[in-house]
Design a protein around this ligand. Structure first.
Ligand SMILES: [Zn+2]
Length: 402
């Protein structure tokens, strides 16, 4: 099974959600604030769309190349697993595939740095990458030996046992994410006393929601992009507000916009979206395990229960989950629309919410209307243009139903 990459443990890929997703882990030493957005960008192109389109196109090309390279390597591994033997198959799967992906990660990092989104040094980025790979290897090793044990236990039932164990692991990781995984990559602290904290408390009180913890997330160490999220399940559930979001908090408008972002996160909380996402994970994992089972039956040289079956398992699992991921993204966009609607309804400030989204689009160098097909397949949030139009109460035909 392909384990999470480095970036998966950072908020962008958390099963949590939010505003135009920044590329993380990201990077620069000097603090880049809104005022750094060049005057030239601001004039005539206030949302920086020329630069955003260029950046978006480049990122899509790298993502496609990365996926293609990984897929070719995995297929080759399946084909030669019998000749390579179990141990070599395992090592190439666990270490070879991340190494093939490394140059693409470096290119992404350099691009993010060039446009001023990343604040990490190359060394800092590499440390995060190593942390991610180590985490992936630890989880992957546990998963591999559990699956092998199931396969040897029962020819007929190992897929069901694998699915149940994977779901349990997913739930455990959701619960532990805020306390165990997130701190590996980012610092956070309780929201410090002050006008921002008071304002956020008022928003929570107005919404009538019980929230245990609102924390300030030190995104600014690594990126100039802004974000917020709900993370954790049950006792670990908490809301994170990125410090890049409230960097200019003394300003009244910034406080008001942060309140709106919080209201969006409260929407996820009220709607039980973390639980819904876990339910979707149950479906996606079932399809993935079915794909893994079929591939092991058809392609493994020595049958289930042997290390040489792992590449086939990984290939089947990856292809099957990739096949249903557009459906998961469609569902995620649906939940994001509900959280947006909640934020506007509970605050009655659609226009200000639209302005907050526009500011985030410019700050995070997001495309306001990313290509429709690409977005339909891979977008976890509605296109920013659609969100902005909906917040203003006039979705155009362009917004469509994707
Ligand atoms: Zn959201």
């Amino acid at each position: 099974m392909r384990r999470p990459r480095a970036a998966s443990a950072s908020p962008s890929a958390a099963d949590t959600v939010d505003f135009p997703t920044p590329p993380l882990p990201v990077t620069i030493k000097s603090r880049l604030v809104n005022s750094d957005i060049t005057a030239q960008d601001r004039e005539g192109d206030p949302l920086r769309q020329t630069a955003a389109r260029r950046y978006g196109r480049a990122r899509r090309r790298v993502a496609l190349a990365d996926t293609a390279a990984g897929l070719v390597a995995l297929v080759a591994l399946v084909v030669f697993a019998g000749d390579l033997g179990g141990v070599a198959s395992l090592l190439l799967l666990g270490l070879g595939l991340p190494l093939i992906s490394l140059p693409f990660g470096l290119i992404r990092y350099r691009m993010a740095r060039r446009v001023g989104l990343s604040r990490q040094t190359p060394g800092g980025w590499l440390v995060d990458w190593l942390k991610g790979v180590t985490l992936g290897l630890a989880l992957g090793a546990a998963a591999v030996f559990t699956v092998l044990a199931f396969q040897r236990l029962s020819d007929a039932w190992w897929p069901v046992m694998t699915w149940a164990a994977a779901l349990l692991l997913s739930a455990a990781l959701s619960v532990l994410f805020p306390v165990l995984l997130l701190p590996i990559f980012l610092r956070s602290e309780p929201m410090p006393e002050g006008p921002l904290r008071d304002a956020l408390r008022r928003t929570v009180a107005d919404a009538g929601v019980a929230v245990r913890d609102i924390r300030l997330l030190h995104l600014g160490d690594k990126t100039s992009a802004a974000n917020a999220m709900v993370a954790g399940l049950g006792p670990t559930r908490r809301i994170y507000i990125g410090d890049t979001l409230s960097a200019d908090a003394p300003d009244d408008e910034a406080v008001a916009e942060t309140q709106l972002v919080l209201a969006h996160e409260l929407g996820h909380h009220v709607n039980g979206d973390p639980w819904r996402l876990l339910a979707w994970a149950a479906v996606s994992l079932a399809v993935g395990v079915a794909g893994g089972w079929a591939a092991v039956e058809a392609l493994s040289p020595d049958g289930a229960g042997e290390l040489t079956a792992l590449p086939a398992l990984a290939l089947g699992f990856s292809l099957a989950t990739a096949a249903v991921s557009p459906l998961g993204n469609w569902y995620s966009r649906h939940r994001e629309r509900a959280a947006d609607a909640y934020a506007v309804a509970v605050t009655g400030e659609g226009e200000r919410y639209a302005r907050a989204l526009e500011r985030l689009v410019a700050q995070n160098l997001s495309e306001i209307w990313p290509p429709r097909l690409w977005h339909a397949l891979s977008g976890s949030h509605p296109r920013p243009g659609e969100r902005i139009e909906r917040a203003r109460g006039n979705p155009s035909s362009r917004a469509g139903l994707d």
